[in-house]
Design a protein around this ligand. Structure first.
Ligand code: F6R
Length: 607
């Protein structure tokens, strides 16, 4: 993953590079570093851990120089130490790298045999040495990069800095995003438009295999065959404003609380409330011709896709396959003509999902993308873009993007059903009404915040936690377990409630809290039966249901969480709130770093 910024400036760049990194911290926070060039040499500061550590280094020993590159790292090869932190320097070349150089081992062996010494365990350092060897042999920076790029296998975005050419930064991309930015007498490189937003709105997205020579007054772009190319300069529209936490203790809590507003905002572009109709925004696309849907995503977005599978099959009776992107891409899925491949992603940059998208396109599928970042790679490559309007999500654990994805997917399911002739006008009006009720029901669910915070001490000491649900609440159980794992570091599993008896029930004892997600509705009785099986074996249950459900089944539970009574269609949107809040309060009770949990990054741009 990792974030990259480069500036060929007219005045000192260190502070602006650091500000750019702040905007890219979502891509990784294992270490960070900045290198500038001037006065015939490189100057570099690096630090392990969060950007605050790098700031301390910079404050103690400020960096001069008006040209530089910067990096925030999510470790792949080599532990998150200072030695492994970028930028890496090899003689006359410094570099920052995002991605993985898959053939780094033979390249490293070759360079070591050539007498070169490595100072880090990273795959990235081999690229610095390869380019340095060319430059030391007399090649210009441009020639050196052009010679080395074809030798690299894997995915990368790289920015190079040259000691003897202090007016040039060269950027290259293959499989990882990189943009160039056009300024006034200075120019830029960045992993995304957001990083460059305070510097410029005029950007060009490099395409696969492109590389760019960035100087103060010009950006020359070349394609993978080294032929000069033009790429469209567009207004990025990315906000230059830094998102603040406001009065909230964490971004995650702020984003959980934003859900009524952002879900309403998202639904607004998918519902024609006066007519009682659902509609896709600004898109003419004939869903009736689609004979199969393949849903692909990762993590929380995958769980949104699992909920959608229930909806698409129930409402539209269209067959749905679903897979996590990292498996889909390499299992040779059978994709027949007339299929719609639907990709779901908050960031629109997740490498596994992006690779799967390209694979599906090459197999003749129409590509639909549900995405929260309209400038992202996936959004730009979609045939059918279905935006979520969650606004920037900063907390690493996805919350508001998830409920907005569900809102879009519910509307898409209804569109499908209508296109397939399976929805009467009255039924469609009904669905629109229920979806319109979602923001208020989410607000009601948020009122349980204090009650849920009071339950945190019951869960925080546990070593293992189980989540159970049936039907569309099964993915909610998986989502609850994922949220708890990633921010509180407690081992948690989500199970289809009916599957417990086939093995996992052996785990039950009085040390394992079991969170049961069971809204009133068609599956309530069955879920409660499974819950009783757990209780009979000493399981300590937290039942999440509405008043009706709790009256019926709450007796004997360790605790209950009361949700508003809602239509089953919107239950996943509403029940997302208690699982998010429970994970949040348990993490706070355990004192973990809620917004930037260990080992994670917001945007996972390596496969
Ligand atoms: C969990 C979480 C991750 C992401 C996953 C996919 O809270 O945030 O599991 O959902 O990395 O990311 P996107 O949606 O950006 O493709």
């Amino acid at each position: 993953m990792c974030g990259i910024v480069g500036i060929v400036g007219r005045e000192a760049v260190a502070q602006r590079l650091f500000d750019g990194l702040k905007r890219l911290e979502y891509r990784g926070y294992d270490s960070a570093g900045i290198c500038t060039v001037g006065g015939g040499d490189f100057e570099r500061r690096r630090a392990e851990g969060k950007l605050d550590n790098l700031k301390r280094e910079l404050d103690a020993d400020p960096l001069a120089g008006d040209v530089g590159i910067a990096h925030t790292r999510w470790a792949t090869h080599g532990a998150p130490t200072v030695d492994n932190a970028h930028p890496h320097i090899a003689g006359p070349v410094a570099l920052v790298h995002n991605g993985i150089i898959e053939n780094f081992k033979p390249l490293r062996d070759e360079l070591i045999a050539d007498g070169r010494t490595f100072l880090s365990e990273t795959d990235s350092e081999v690229v610095a040495h390869l380019v340095a060897r060319e430059v030391e042999g007399g090649a210009s920076p441009q020639q050196a990069v052009a010679t080395v790029l074809p030798r690299l296998h894997g995915a990368f975005a790289i920015a190079f800095l040259f000691k003897d050419h202090p007016d040039t930064v060269i950027g290259a991309r293959m499989g990882a995003p990189l943009t160039v930015g056009y300024g006034d007498g200075e120019n830029y490189l960045g992993s995304d438009a957001l990083a460059l937003a305070p510097l410029t709105q005029r950007i060009a997205y490099l395409e696969e295999g492109d590389w760019a020579v960035v100087t103060r007054d010009r950006i020359a772009i070349f394609d993978r065959s080294n032929a000069p190319v033009e790429r469209d300069i567009v207004e990025s529209g990315a906000s230059a404003q830094r998102i603040e936490k406001g009065n909230y203790r964490h971004f995650m809590l702020k984003e959980i609380n934003e859900q009524p507003v952002v879900v309403a905002q998202t639904l607004q572009s998918y519902l024609r409330t006066l007519e009682g109709r659902v509609a896709l925004p600004d898109i003419e696309f004939d869903l009736s011709a689609v004979n199969r849907v393949t849903i692909v995503a990762c993590g929380t977005s995958f769980y949104a896709g699992m909920v959608a599978k229930y909806w698409f099959e129930q409402f539209a009776r269209v067959p749905v396959d679903i897979d996590v992107a990292s498996e889909f891409r390499y299992r040779q899925p059978v994709l027949e003509p007339g299929g719609l491949a639907l990709f779901i992603s908050q960031s629109g940059e997740t490498a596994d999902t992006l690779a799967a998208l390209r694979h599906a396109r090459s197999e003749g599928q129409v590509v639909a993308v549900v995405c929260n970042v309209p400038t992202s790679s996936m959004a730009r490559e979609a045939d059918l873009l279905l935006p979520t309007h969650a606004g920037p999500e900063i907390g690493v654990a996805s919350t508001k993007a998830f409920t907005c994805q569900l809102a879009v997917l519910a509307a898409l399911a209804a569109n499908f059903a209508r296109a397939k002739g399976r929805l009467s006008e009255a039924e469609e009006r009904d669905i629109v009404e229920h979806l319109r009720e979602a923001p208020e029901a989410i607000s009601e669910a948020l009122k349980q915040d204090e009650a849920i915070a009071a339950l945190a001490p019951l869960v925080a000491p546990a070593r293992d936690v189980l989540y159970l649900g049936r039907g569309p609440d099964y993915p909610m159980a998986l989502e609850g377990a994922l949220k708890l794992k990633e921010i509180s570091y407690i081992h948690a599993e989500g199970y289809a409630a009916g599957e417990m008896k086939h093995g996992p029930i052996a785990l039950i004892d009085d040390l394992v809290p079991v969170i049961v997600i069971a809204p009133s509705g068609p599956l309530f009785e069955k879920t409660v039966s499974n819950m009783q099986e757990v209780r009979a074996r000493g399981g300590r249950i937290i039942l999440v249901s509405d008043e009706h459900g709790i009256a019926e089944a709450g007796e004997g539970c360790m605790a209950t969480i009361v949700m508003p009574e809602v239509h089953p269609l919107i239950a996943p949107l509403v029940y997302a709130v208690p699982v998010q809040l429970l994970a949040y309060h348990v993490a706070v009770a355990k004192g973990t770093d809620v917004d930037q949990p260990r080992n994670l990054a917001k945007s996972v741009t390596v496969e």
